[in-house]
Design a protein around this ligand. Structure first.
Ligand code: PEP
Length: 247
């Protein structure tokens, strides 16, 4: 199981120390915290053994004249190990295309980071019955650019846009349907990669709904926004992942 904290543009050095002091890790759940990029190094330096850190987005080049961008190699140099790519806030607010997201997934691997590649449909896409087609298209773009066996070292984050920060969670059945669909798309290229890859759910995951989501067969953990800012709430979600006993 993999449980990740997406802090978005929240946090400070003081918050990192308070969070780390209050966090309860468990042996069988991988935990990654994504603070704002400027704080990755601070988190790496004070993280207890087993707590991983990463960046919420990366540039596609290893270095060069790209003002404001951060390369995966730079994140790796300061001890980060993961990157989110394709979060819906970036797809929408920064107009990131499927191809750019796929290029970022590839850049993450090039620089030594494991990406969590976010996919997910908007409310209007779901209401039009297009959710499977949208996610299929988003994932196909990644599979075009990244070897499926490499991708298996990272993760897919299924985050229905209508469930992010809204308090509306996909039902376990809705999430499971999409996770199984994603796994089948990966299995079509490599059954081994499909078994290995973690497909995590994101969208208003909270301590009181985590257990039932994580109990679904194809849900391998969570990508948590709002509820990841407080160590006690986030720790409860980590324990819920542990309690389902999937290892
Ligand atoms: C997210 O932004 O990745 C997310 C899932 O947010 P929230 O948990 O707040 O819905």
């Amino acid at each position: 199981m993999l449980v990740a904290a997406n802090w978005k543009m929240h946090g400070s050095k003081a918050h990192i120390h308070e969070f780390v002091d209050g966090l309860r890790l468990v042996e069988d759940v991988d935990v990654v915290v994504f603070p704002p990029s400027v704080f990755v190094q601070e988190l790496v330096q004070c993280a207890p053994a087993g707590l991983l850190s990463g960046i919420q987005d990366i540039g596609i080049q290893p270095q060069g004249a790209h003002t404001g961008e951060v390369a995966a190699e730079m994140v790796a140099e300061v001890g980060g190990t993961w990157s989110i790519v394709g979060h819906s806030e970036r797809r929408i607010m920064q107009a990131e295309t499927d191809d750019l997201v796929a290029t970022k997934a590839s850049a993450a691997f090039r620089g030594g980071l494991r990406p969590i590649v976010c996919v997910g449909e908007t409310l209007s896409e779901r209401e039009a019955g297009h959710e499977l087609a949208v996610v299929e298209r988003q994932l196909a773009a990644v599979l075009d650019r990244v070897d499926v066996n490499d991708l298996a070292e990272g993760a897919i984050g299924y985050e229905p846009v209508w469930a992010i920060g809204t308090g509306k969670t996909a039902t376990p059945a809705q999430a499971q349907e999409m996770h199984a669909f994603i796994r089948a798309q990966i299995a079509a290229e490599s059954p081994r990669a499909a078994d290995a890859i973690r497909i995590v759910y994101g969208g208003s995951v909270k301590p009181d709904n985590a257990a039932e989501l994580f109990s679904e067969a194809d849900i391998d953990g969570g990508l948590v926004g709002g509820a990841s800012l407080k160590a006690d709430e986030f720790s409860a979600i980590v324990s819920a992942a542990d309690a389902v006993g999937k290892g």
